[in-house]
Design a protein around this ligand. Structure first.
Ligand SMILES: [Zn+2]
Length: 343
């Protein structure tokens, strides 16, 4: 199974369910592999309204990245958050309890993924604890220096550690994810950090990983997709770019039909953004088979890419395949200003 499918499908339906879906022409199941929380139980009504609207629009599963902050001080927290995102939840971004509560309240709709950007210390121990509490995947971002595309602070500087120590932390995260077969959504710029990206993929060949936003640049990232079959990507944050050049993006998606996931980078209380992405995919007029793959990887009969076996995950009462994919919702204007994605 290809990565996008596994990711999406981890969030997707059983074979039996799919047969039913396909039989109904208007009953497409959409899986958004890339949303963020930024809300808490204080916004329960707002969040529930949002989720109801999305469910009614055909959304079947929503992967939500939940931040946790065991030890970072307030003045450091915002160094690692891109500008332009409205946090309605805990001011220090301790979202785990509330996201897991939202998850329990919404059947199999939500797929909580742990955002690891603030973690320090005993990484495997921390990850194990969060997974035991209910997280089903891992989210990370590569912030090796101040030159990252998100224009956020360097993680090594923020934590007062060396680049090597920072990379060791990331490697521990990947090792845990691979050993636990957890999907990973990892924001990383293939242009700037291509060598490190290849090192990750060489060291963790069984990782199910989504480098979102077309790896921040199709030219560099296409080479990664060509070389590593366990990698997928998503269209999150690319709406303005895709709208400007739909034919080019439709070509790219059609070239990697099993690798591109539907993602919006919306916050959990922003249904209109997810709906805009649904319309965007429709507007590309992709062949139905490809559109279905992008929106939910529904095709159970899709060819297996590589010989990687990805056990199904059980979410709620359903078997859901999650193939690695997740990312940060990092800065819209950053992409636009620098034109990084438009290659
Ligand atoms: Zn994101």
């Amino acid at each position: 199974m290809c990565p996008a499918e596994t990711f999406g499908r981890a969030l997707s339906a059983s074979a039996q369910g799919r047969a039913t879906i396909v039989a109904k022409s208007n009953a497409q199941e959409i899986i958004d592999v890339h949303c963020h929380c930024f809300a808490g139980l204080g916004q329960m009504k707002l969040v529930n309204r949002s989720l109801t609207r999305l469910r009614n629009a055909g959304l079947r599963h929503l992967a939500v990245m939940g931040l946790v902050n065991p030890s970072l001080k307030a003045e450091d927290v915002w160094k690692l958050i891109p500008e332009g995102f409205d946090n309605l939840g805990d001011p220090l971004f301790n979202e785990a309890d509330d996201l897991l509560q939202f998850t329990r309240q919404n059947g199999s709709l939500l797929f909580p993924m742990l955002d690891t950007r603030f973690l320090t210390g005993d990484i495997p121990g921390l990850l194990r604890g969060y997974v035991e509490r209910g997280f089903r995947g891992i989210k990370g971002l590569y912030l090796a220096d101040d030159g990252n595309d998100l224009r956020v602070h360097s993680a090594p500087d923020t934590f007062g550690i060396s680049l090597q120590q920072y990379q060791q932390r990331e490697w521990q995260i990947f090792a845990f994810a691979e050993a636990s077969d957890l999907p990973v959504l990892y924001h990383m710029d293939a242009n700037r950090y291509g060598d490190v990206m290849r090192a990750i993929l060489d060291d963790f060949p069984r990782l199910r990983i989504n480098f979102p936003h077309f790896g921040i640049g199709r030219k560099a990232f296409g080479k990664i997709l060509d070389r590593y079959s366990n990698v997928c990507t998503d269209i999150a944050y690319l709406l303005p770019h895709i709208q400007r050049n739909p034919a080019s993006y439709a070509d790219f998606i059609s070239h990697y039909p099993d690798r591109v996931c539907f993602g919006s980078d919306a916050l959990i209380y922003q249904p209109e953004i997810v709906l805009d992405y649904m319309k965007l995919v429709k507007s590309l007029k992709l062949p139905e088979e490809i559109e279905n793959k992008v929106q939910g990887f529904l095709s159970e009969s899709a060819p297996v890419s590589g010989d990687i076996v990805r056990p199904e995950l059980t979410v709620g009462s359903e078997n859901m395949k999650t193939s690695g994919c997740l990312s940060p919702f990092e800065a819209k204007e950053v992409f636009t200003d620098r034109g990084i994605i438009t290659d």
